[in-house]
Design a protein around this ligand. Sequence first.
Ligand SMILES: [Zn+2]
Length: 298
Amino acid sequence: MANGPYLRVRVLGAAAGGGFPQWNCACACCTLARAGDPRASPRTQDAIAASADGERWVLLNASPDVLRQIAASAFLWPRAPRHSPVVALALCNGDVDHVAGLLSLRERQPLTLAATGSVLSGLFERNVLLRTLQRFPGQLTRVPLSLGHATTIAGLSITAHGVAGRPPIHLRGVVAPRPEDNVALEIAAHGRRVLYAPAVASLDGLPSLDAPDVLLFDGTFWSSDELVAQGLAEARAEDMGHLPVQSSLGALAAARARRKVYVHVNNTNPILVAGSRERLAVEAAGCAVAFDGMELDA
Ligand SMILES: [Zn+2]
């Protein structure tokens, strides 16, 4: 890392919805993790923390595990009787595994929430529970993100890029799908750039994967038929809005990013197991599999 100010990036949770192990799953990976096998470290549900100064942090996605993630991260602990270094959140989409943590961040703490208009309306016009974050003026300041336009929050430049995906399951049939339902977030500060894309259904329309200092990419499934082959579900990866690692690995191998990391990894994905054939293929392509607590400062 060069001298001078830098962009702090930490993985709070590396697993997809359900976490790892998942409470109701005894697939091969979950069984290893539950047994305490050192090859299969447990992981909480998808979220990243970023900061331009180490004092004010922005959470990228509000994981259902956010309280455990804060408890495990000293840099997110309060520094006064009523205080939090967490000043804002930015959302990639309205999926439950990316928004449920909002309900755990009440306790009269002022926060800024940045997301696209369709994600904000899905949250606040379709959901009375989130009124708990509107108990007093200034509790939650909503910042709409327009696709392709940078917004500065706590010294971080945040840009949402629309990527192929699916609207949240709970909104299907309720609202019409829109291009801003699912975004990759580009975070920049001090001339460093991070691209965080935990849900990508297709490489078409993606912003360039070249030259961000850190690329965090959808690692939900290894193969299209992962859940089908294991008898766990009937949907293919692409039907669930996730390009399998097998289909993105070539593009990531060719990308000129300094660190290339798969995030949002589903508990069924064999890349979670150190030394597996699939993990070795990821590592041979110059990529890594995220784990909770991973430091990716740029
Ligand atoms: Zn499992």
